[in-house]
Design a protein around this ligand. Structure first.
Ligand code: SF4
Ligand code: SF4
Length: 528
């Protein structure tokens, strides 16, 4: 239950210090107080709320929820939308954004420094430079101080993985302005609601959504960063003092009054400015002069909605997806060990526990396979290394997914399967965990949105060469005919290419066009 202050308040200031959540705030213009409904929890631990007990004129009263739709004309309108094509949007993707995203998503990366303060330290360029992150107190405060050592742990424990989505939305807004370190951007709860898919949540009240959005914005704006960056080519070495990654300059509260004169919160507006790090990593002008970087990528909107819908049931898969968004930008065929993926998804502590506590590895293995399946269902198909991540230790869902839909091909699949040393229906080997922990994933087959997300421009010279040597696209039927000529099954060809059987099947059925590298490998393997 939220409380509100009526007109008969005599502004005696007795109630404000009594409020444990800081919900009673002074009016910005004029005298008096107002109650921030996103902070007031109605004092559930006491019979009579503290402010009600303190007020001698009975000015405090419960705020009954207002019925009906609320769409205020007060909300700022002229805010540029992102995701203009409905799928992806450019976003700042420098290492500062990546590390901040990891911190919000992974929680366990913080370490104590010499003063007993928790901080996250990241060496860059083989230790020639470093980035340090710490946490600020209330980001609504114009000059946020460092969070006290004893409360940092509590704040980190309360980190909500969904704050990483808000952080990515800010990173997308940062590329919409020319000088993000100078020009703030404004966005309101309706934008964030839409990008995160919260507008479809009928189980949450408007106030619950506003409270959640404000919490997520605050968590993203709590991160402070300081940087020592080494010289790279023409870009000189630089150092930045500790400052917010995102500075929350202002929070606007939009109220609507009902017939009884009670004010209901109907919207929030946030004015945010990117930190000075953008001057070095998102600087178009200096990038042209080759004295700064302009690092951006494409953010798939589906990633945000995936995080929002799976953050509770599949936290590990959500952490992996957020990490892969940046990692795969370094190249779609990044080889990753299962140990690395588990460290990202569950943290070093849980991984250690799985190798030392009896039976713990079975639970972790089950969770990992289920999280990997969630990633696959979302549209990123893991490509298992045939040597280290052999069929007998692959998850059952992956092996079943390879069964062709076509009846003849399915028959061929089962005949092959029966002749394999390990059949699909065999139980997992006893040493599965030991082998799995060192197994490798060769990369991921990507959905269309993710292909756009990680596509990097080839250098001009190479693009020119590619145009000169442009080769004719191989058709699915030509590939199938060549495979049969070579007496390869789809599975045998997939193993030679380091791909999955369903990839070969989809290529033969013409479901997607091949990238030049895959085409070249197919020509070489099938002697086309
Ligand atoms: S009800 Fe409790 S939390 Fe709400 S304003 Fe009063 S003292 Fe603060
Ligand atoms: S105690 Fe009552 S009268 Fe005094 S400031 Fe609070 S609401 Fe107003």
């Amino acid at each position: 239950m939220t409380y509100t202050i009526k007109d008969n308040c005599v502004v005696c200031d007795i109630c404000q210090p009594e409020c444990p959540t800081g919900a009673i705030k002074p009016e910005v213009e004029g005298e008096g107080f107002w109650i921030d409904p996103t902070l007031c929890d109605g004092c559930p631990d006491v019979k009579v709320p503290r402010c009600v007990a303190a007020c001698s004129v009975g000015s405090l009263t419960p705020l009954k929820p207002k019925k009906g739709r609320r769409k205020s004309t007060l909300l700022p309108l002229a805010i540029p939308a992102i995701f203009l094509n409905g799928k992806t949007t450019p976003f700042a993707s420098s290492m500062v954004v990546w590390e901040a995203c990891n911190l919000l998503a992974q929680r366990q990366l913080w370490q104590s420094d010499a003063d007993g303060q928790l901080r996250y330290h990241r060496a860059v360029h083989r230790g020639r430079g470093e980035m340090r992150f710490r946490l600020a107190t209330d980001p609504e405060n114009a000059s946020p101080a460092l969070l006290a050592a004893e409360t940092v742990e509590e704040a980190i424990a309360q980190f909500d993985i969904r704050a990483a989505c808000v952080h990515l939305i800010f990173a997308a807004y940062a590329v919409t302005v020319d000088c993000p370190w100078e020009e703030p951007f404004v966005l309101n709860d309706q934008h964030i609601e839409g990008y995160l898919g919260l507008d479809k949540r009928k189980d949450l009240t408007k106030l619950e959504k506003l409270t959640l959005i404000k919490d997520l914005v605050h968590q993203s704006c709590q991160l402070l960063v300081s940087i020592d960056w080494p010289r790279q080519g023409n870009v000189r070495a630089f150092s930045l003092d500790e400052q917010p990654v995102w500075q929350l300059l202002d929070t606007e509260y939009y109220f609507e009054e009902d017939a009884q004169g009670y004010r209901h919160l109907i919207g929030l507006g946030f004015t945010i400015r990117a930190g000075l790090w953008t001057k070095h990593f998102l600087n178009k002008q200096d990038y042209r002069r080759q004295t700064a970087f302009y690092q951006y990528g494409n953010l798939p909107q589906s990633l945000l909605t995936e995080v929002m819908s799976n953050w509770q049931q599949h936290e590990g898969s959500v952490r992996l997806l957020l990490w892969l968004l940046f990692k795969l930008r370094l190249g779609g065929d990044q080889r990753l060990t299962v140990r690395t993926l588990m460290r990202i998804a569950y943290g070093e502590k849980r991984l250690m526990e799985a190798t030392t506590v009896r039976g713990a590895h079975k639970r972790l293995l089950k969770t990992f396979e289920s999280d990997l399946e969630t990633i696959y269902a979302y549209g990123l198909k893991p490509l298992f290394d045939a040597e280290t991540y052999a069929l007998d230790i692959q998850p059952l869902w992956a092996r079943v997914a390879d069964i062709p839909e076509d009846v003849d091909n399915a028959l061929e699949f089962w005949i092959n399967d029966a002749n394999q040393a390990h059949s699909l229906t065999d139980a997992a080997p006893r040493d599965k965990w030991q082998r799995l922990i060192n197994a490798r994933i060769l990369g991921f087959e990507l959905s269309e949105e993710w292909q756009q997300a990680i596509q990097r421009r080839a250098p001009k010279r190479r693009r020119k060469q590619a145009q000169v040597g442009k080769i004719e696209q191989l058709s699915g039927s030509a590939i199938k005919a060549a495979r049969q000529r070579q007496n390869f099954t789809q599975r045998a060809l997939a193993e030679r290419l380091g791909k999955s059987q369903s990839w070969v099947r989809d290529v033969e059925n013409g479901r997607f066009s091949l990238v030049p590298e895959d085409q070249a490998r197919l020509r070489q393997t099938l002697d086309i």
